[in-house]
Design a protein around this ligand. Structure first.
Ligand SMILES: Cc1ncc(COP(=O)(O)O)c(C=O)c1O
Length: 347
């Protein structure tokens, strides 16, 4: 059993979470796309767009840990913040509705059209929208909203932006363990570790993958592809969160079996090996790029996988470019972690 081999997995199982995600998500092989690229690199997609709740995506696994039942006692409302097209806000609003809680979303900036994309879904999920002028005011906006709920006799739980906390990152340890098992089931126990490309912004998703690899001792090459910030920032955020998440697994239980104490060191080592790129951002966050559009077209027509223009399309563009350039070598296997974001296709 995985738990017997890795005490951290047992510790993870003891950390409270509210199950919301439809998992395991499948690992989809994409041979026609690999053949079109013609570089002798196998391609698969980890379909975390299909985690289900509120149209799925990576935020569902992260929010599960934010909603530890012990933290929900007496809670009447969830509060979070983001931009008008935030996938995290959508999933938080869906979780609140699912649990019978109220939800306030502190949104910076007016959406171009509140009847389209995520802004439409935020409203459809019953969230109260509090519009603020600037992203810098998000924390203050959430605190004010919490006070308002409190003075009306309620109790709010604030979920930090992107659910990119040490706790939230734990959700991605599960995804990594799934990928590991599915990959070896499909490619054999001796298959060389794959390259895993993932969109990385607030860093929690990549952080969970780092921790998962460190726990399993799996030397997958992790590539964080930025949708916005410079590569060193993306890498720093993810590695810091990974170290904080590892601390939770080192200190949570009363189980002192040997091996678990070195997790933080193994996470540091894995973090140093992480690659990051911001070469595919283009003119900026949310702006379409030709490489992203090509990637979306290729994955759609040759793998039946629908990507989004803000996150996964640019991640797939990085993966395709690195395969074409030979940076992902012939004979390797490249996995795109599909983190969702479909509503942005309908902005
Ligand atoms: C669809 C999608 N993919 C990837 C990411 C990046 O994930 P993280 O913030 O955990 O780095 C986000 C974050 O907003 C997202 O919405």
């Amino acid at each position: 059993m995985l738990q017997d081999r890795h005490p951290e997995i047992e510790r993870l199982a003891r950390i409270g979470r509210t199950r919301l995600a439809n998992t395991p998500t499948p690992l989809l092989h994409a041979p026609a796309l690999a053949a079109r690229l013609g570089r002798g690199v196998e391609i698969s997609v980890k379909a975390d767009a299909w985690t289900g709740l509120g149209l799925g995506g990576n935020k569902v696994r992260k929010v599960e840990y934010e909603l530890d039942p012990a933290r929900l006692t007496g809670v009447t409302h969830l509060i979070t913040a983001g931009g008008p097209h935030s996938n995290h806000c959508r999933v938080t609003a869906a979780a609140a509705a699912h649990l019978g809680l109220g939800c306030s979303l502190v949104i910076n900036g007016e959406p171009e059209d509140p009847a389209r994309g995520n802004p439409r879904l935020h409203r459809l999920l019953g969230a109260r929208i509090v519009t603020i002028a600037d992203a810098a005011d998000r924390t203050r906006g959430m605190a004010e909203e919490a006070r308002r709920i409190d003075s009306a006799g309620g109790k709010a739980l604030v979920i930090p932006i992107g659910a990119s906390t040490a706790r939230g990152a734990l959700g991605y340890v599960h995804s990594l363990v799934e990928v590991h098992d599915q990959y070896h089931e499909a490619s054999g126990p001796d298959a060389a570790p794959p390259w895993i490309f993932v969109s990385s912004s607030s860093g929690g998703t990549l952080a969970g993958l780092i921790v998962g690899c460190a726990i399993l001792g799996w030397r997958a090459t992790l590539v964080g592809v930025s949708p916005d910030e410079p590569a060193p920032t993306v890498r720093r955020k993810a590695t810091e969160l990974a170290e904080a998440a590892a601390d939770l697994l080192d200190n949570t239980g009363d189980d002192d079996r040997p091996g678990s104490l070195q997790l933080t060191e193994r996470v540091e080592e894995m973090g140093q090996a992480v690659l990051a790129t911001s070469d595919f951002v283009g003119p900026g966050y949310g702006h379409d790029t030709p490489a992203g559009e090509e990637a979306i077209a290729l994955f759609g027509a040759l793998a039946g996988v629908i990507l989004d223009p803000v996150y996964t399309g640019k991640t797939a563009a990085a993966m395709i470019a690195w395969i074409r350039e030979g940076r992902v070598p012939k004979g390797a296997h490249a996995i795109l972690l599909h983190t969702g974001g479909h509503p942005a296709l309908f902005r």
